[in-house]
Design a protein around this ligand. Structure first.
Ligand code: NAP
Ligand code: MG
Length: 397
C-alpha cells in the first residue's frame, strides 16, 4: 500500500469482529497501512468526540475510510459508560463533514432467495440524508384560522401563499431543502453509478409537487449533463420516473441498479428492500461525498445482544460478512486509486473466499433459516473466519 486507509474502530461485538478480521484475514496477506482512529465510545468520551471529527477530516485528506459500527449514545449508554455528554451519532457527524450520501447494497448468494422472486442482482438504495420532513416544523391548529407560507428574502422580496383556510382544527407542516444539498446528492449518485457500473434511477412526485419535487428533478437533470458522456461511454443510463411508477418497476425488475430516493422515500424503501433481500447482517453501506471520498461500513449496528454473551464467556455466531466487505470495498478502492493491482486482486479474492465458504454451507446462525437447497452448518464467528482464511490462503497461494 502507498496511501494509508483511514481506519475507524468501533464498539461492542463489531469491535471484537474487527480485530479477528484484521488478524486472520488481512494482516497475514496485506502489508496494511492505515491511519488508526479509535471511535469506540470510551475514546470518543475521552477526546470530547474530537476523534470523530479528526477521522472525518482524515477521510477528506486521504479519500478512503473503513468504519466499524459504533454506539450512538442514549440515556442508558450515558450511565453504562459514565459519559460526560450524550455525544452525537458518529455516522451523522462524519456524514455532515463529508456532505455525503449513503448507498446500501445487499450481499447476495444463490441459496438465500429474495422475497421478490425475479430479483437476481442487488438493488442499491441511495437515500438523500438532508431536509424534508426530517427538518420540518409543525403546528397544531386548534381552532379555525388561516395558515400561510411566507418567505422574506434578504433583498426585501416577499412571497406569501395561503396554505389553507381552516374551518376547524387541523395540522400543518413546513419543510425545506436546499439546492446545494440536492446538488451534492446528485453528484454522489452519478459518481457512485459510474464507479459501480450500474444504471441510476431517481424518483420523486413532481407531478403533484410542481415546485419542490420538480426542483429535485431539474437539478438531477442539470447535474447529469456533467456525467452524460461518461455514462454513454460505459453504456449506463440515467432514468427518472415518478416514485409510484418506480416502486412498481423495482418489484418487476431483475435488480442490478441504484435507486436514488428523497429522504423519506429512502428511509422507507431501504428497510423494505433490505428485508426483502434477507438479512441485515448481509447489508453493506458506503458513504460517498460529492467530491468522491469514500467511507465503507456494515449497515448493521454493534450487535449488543451478542456482545453481552461474549462478555459472559460464550462463543458467539455473529455474522462478520458486512464488516469483511467494508474492508474489501475500502481496500479495493484504495488499490484502484493508487494503481495497486495486487491489492485489488486481494480484495476480489477475499470476497470470493467468503462466497465459497457460504456456498459450501458454512454459515453463522443468523443465515441458517434463510437458506434453501443446501444443508447449512452453523459455526461460531471464529470458525467462520477460519474457514474463510483457509480458502483465501489457497486462492492467494
Ligand atoms: P444491531 O446491532 O444491528 O442489532 C440488531 C439485531 O440484528 C441483533 O441483535 C441481531 O439479532 C441482528 N444482527 C445485526 N447484525 C448482525 C450480525 N452481524 N450477525 C448476526 N446478527 C446480527 O442494532 P441495535 O441492536 O439496534 O443497535 C446496537 C447498537 O448499535 C446501538 O448502540 C446503536 O446505536 C448502534 N448502531 C450503530 C450503527 C452504525 O454504527 N452504523 C448502525 C445501527 C446501530 P439477534 O439478537 O436476534 O441475533
Ligand atoms: Mg428508518
Amino acid at each position: 500500500m502507498t496511501t494509508p486507509l483511514v481506519e475507524m474502530d468501533g464498539d461492542e461485538m463489531t469491535r471484537i469482529l474487527w480485530k479477528m478480521i484484521k488478524d486472520e484475514l488481512i494482516l497475514p496477506f496485506v502489508e496494511l497501512k492505515t491511519e488508526y482512529y479509535d471511535l469506540g465510545l470510551p475514546e470518543r468520551d475521552k477526546t470530547e468526540d474530537k476523534i470523530t471529527v479528526a477521522s472525518a477530516e482524515a477521510t477528506k485528506k486521504y479519500g478512503v475510510a473503513v468504519k466499524c459500527a459504533t454506539i450512538t449514545p442514549n440515556h442508558q449508554r450515558m450511565d453504562e459508560y459514565k459519559l460526560h455528554q450524550m455525544w452525537k451519532s458518529p455516522n451523522g457527524t462524519i456524514r455532515s463533514i463529508l456532505d455525503g450520501t449513503v448507498f446500501r447494497t445487499p450481499i447476495i448468494i444463490p441459496s438465500i432467495k429474495p422475497a421478490v422472486k425475479n430479483w437476481e442482482l442487488p438493488i442499491t438504495i441511495a437515500r438523500h440524508a438532508y431536509g424534508d420532513v426530517y427538518k420540518s416544523v409543525e403546528i397544531r391548529a386548534d381552532e379555525p384560522g388561516v395558515a400561510r407560507l411566507v418567505f422574506d428574502g434578504e433583498s426585501g422580496k416577499h412571497q406569501e401563499v395561503v396554505i389553507q383556510n381552516f374551518k376547524g382544527a387541523g395540522v400543518l407542516q413546513g419543510m425545506h431543502n436546499t439546492d446545494k444539498s440536492i446538488r451534492s446528492f446528485a453528484h454522489s449518485c452519478f459518481k457512485f453509478a459510474i464507479d459501480s457500473r450500474q444504471d441510476l434511477w431517481f424518483s420523486t412526485k413532481d407531478t403533484i409537487s410542481k415546485t419542490y419535487d420538480a426542483q429535485f428533478k431539474s437539478i438531477f437533470a442539470e447535474v447529469y449533463e456533467e456525467y452524460k458522456a461518461q455514462f454513454e461511454e460505459l453504456g449506463l443510463s440515467y432514468f427518472y420516473t415518478l416514485i409510484d411508477d418506480a416502486v412498481a418497476r423495482v418489484i418487476r425488475s431483475k435488480g442490478g441498479f441504484i435507486w436514488a430516493c428523497k429522504n423519506y422515500d429512502g428511509d422507507v424503501m431501504s428497510d423494505m428492500v433490505s428485508t426483502a433481500f434477507g438479512s441485515l447482517a448481509m447489508m453493506t453501506s458506503v458513504l460517498v461525498s460529492p467530491d468522491g471520498k469514500y467511507e465503507y461500513e456494515a449497515a448493521h449496528g454493534t450487535v449488543t445482544r451478542h456482545y453481552y454473551k461474549y462478555l459472559a464467556g460464550e462463543e458467539t455466531s455473529t455474522n462478520p460478512m458486512a464488516t469483511i466487505f467494508a474492508w474489501s470495498g475500502a481496500l479495493r478502492k484504495r488499490g484502484e486509486l493508487d494503481g495497486l493491482s495486487a491489492l485489488v486482486n486481494y480484495a476480489d479474492q477475499l470476497e470470493a473466499a467468503c462466497f465459497d465458504t457460504l456456498n459450501e454451507g458454512i454459515v453463522t446462525k443468523d443465515l441458517v433459516n434463510l437458506m434453501e437447497g443446501i444443508t447449512p452448518k452453523a459455526v461460531t464467528s471464529a470458525e467462520f473466519i477460519a474457514a474463510i482464511r483457509e480458502r483465501l490462503a489457497r486462492k492467494l497461494a
